[in-house]
Design a protein around this ligand. Structure first.
Ligand SMILES: [Cu+2]
Length: 121
């Protein structure tokens, strides 16, 4: 009888752990969805970073970058793709991704500034 009770207690603890894991997983999915909804085709250049650093869009989407920094930046594809002029504070640049794939880019003035656009069909 005592052994049976211990088994029930152990099962309850495992059940709570499984429920907890499922819960946190759902929260993460919701957070990611929210980020995509806010900035579906826009990248903000702010604090020497591209935000979001990885943007996922569908094929044919025009992506617009806005330089919110006081220093100049560029949006330059690593292997073709976007090729902006120097963007001063407040300037924007747009590029349409016609084909699916993963496209990395950087700022030629600050080569450590990198970003990525994932284009899905
Ligand atoms: Cu820069």
């Amino acid at each position: 009888m005592k052994h049976y009770r211990r088994f029930l207690v152990a099962s309850g603890i495992i059940g709570i752990m499984v429920l907890g894991a499922g819960c946190s997983s759902n929260q993460q999915t919701n957070a990611n969805t929210a980020v995509n909804t806010i900035a579906s085709n826009e990248v903000q250049i702010q604090g020497m970073t591209f935000m979001p650093s990885t943007l996922t869009v569908t094929q044919g989407t025009t992506v617009t970058w806005t330089n919110n920094d006081s220093v100049n930046h560029t949006v330059t594809g690593d292997n073709g793709g976007p090729a902006s002029d120097t963007l001063i504070h407040g300037a924007t640049y747009s590029y349409t991704y016609a084909t699916a794939g993963t496209f990395t880019y950087h700022c030629t003035i600050h080569p450590t500034m990198i970003g990525k656009v994932i284009v899905t069909q």
